[in-house]
Design a protein around this ligand. Sequence first.
Ligand SMILES: [Zn+2]
Length: 117
Amino acid sequence: MSESQVTVQCPCGRIIKDPSEYKLLYLKKEQNEIDILCPNDTCYLRELGFVKFRVDKNGEIKLEKASFYPPFVTWNVARMGREKATKILRDHLKWIYSKGIDWEKIKADLKKKEQSE
Ligand SMILES: [Zn+2]
């Protein structure tokens, strides 16, 4: 398998070889949403996807939805076909929510917020 077949690409041209290259930003705290950003600082799309979660009554975080936005998905489907693109992007999302996001830190943030309210 050649390298281009296992890497995804942002429409801005940036190749993403490994899901650890995405930037994860936890800015939309009120909405419990984490943005998945393109590693290219000058990217015109910037946001490639998101991870949404909720907090149950015990303060445990539950993943609600993790998804990439259509422009990014469509671009990669066009490059490598739907089946392959879907699989790789799914793997990337899995890595992001299982390894990429510092859930402990988010939990600590939420606790802090709770106490200040
Ligand atoms: Zn980009």
